[in-house]
Write a protein that binds this ligand. Sequence first.
Ligand code: BTN
Length: 251
Amino acid sequence: MIDLDRVRSQLADHKIYWHQTIGSTMTEASRLAAAGCESGTVVGADEQTAGQGRYGRAWHSEPGAGLYVSIILRYPFPPDALPVVTLALGLATGEAIFKACDVPSDLRWPNDVLFQSKKCAGILTQLEGSAIIAGIGINVNHAAFPEELSAIATSLRIASGQVHSRERLLVELISSVTSFCSLLEREGREPILEMFSRASSFVFGRRVYVDQGDTMLQGTTAGLNPSGFLMLRGDDGKQSVIIAGGVRPCS
Ligand code: BTN
């Protein structure tokens, strides 16, 4: 179990609900948001039995090894800012991982956090009325992954050879999420787009394919558009805007 007193003493402005075991923190966060909870409320768990990933996938949530949290965010962002909020959450997660664990990460559009091309954190963003639910899963102290994930997943422990404090990482994560959302509110989208473009090796000049379920696109990445979507130059020279889909390197 996480040392909640330690976390609460450092995040005095945030209401934190912690569960030993839960289905998914997303469901509980949506319920609290619908009931009108404050912005910055955090729902976390030591274990999720039905952790949700993007595109209806499951999120592997080994008990006591990871950080599994959903944060309720209430900011006056217009609905079309959601893609940039998603980028901001990726930046915040990467920053927190670096500050707390000294592990440098890459960002794969829209917001997968990678270490040496394997995923160490994932982010799921949902709306509940006007509230944004930011679901963040970080693989912290996993010593290994099930066979079906071991080629694509890593943990901060595997990356650094050290066990890390989930409390310290949680405090940094909530602080970083708050500060990136405040930056977006104060200064608009441009700083987030610029920072994401600098932090991610996927934004410019990367040969990728994009899995959109029924279609597979291939091309070279060509930056972000002002909405935060990824631009892809196809081999026929035509540019397309990637709104959703799994981006994977060609080699
Ligand atoms: C992804 O597929 O990359 C997104 C993964 C998001 C996982 C987190 S863990 C905390 C929160 N609760 C969930 O059920 N999912 C998110």
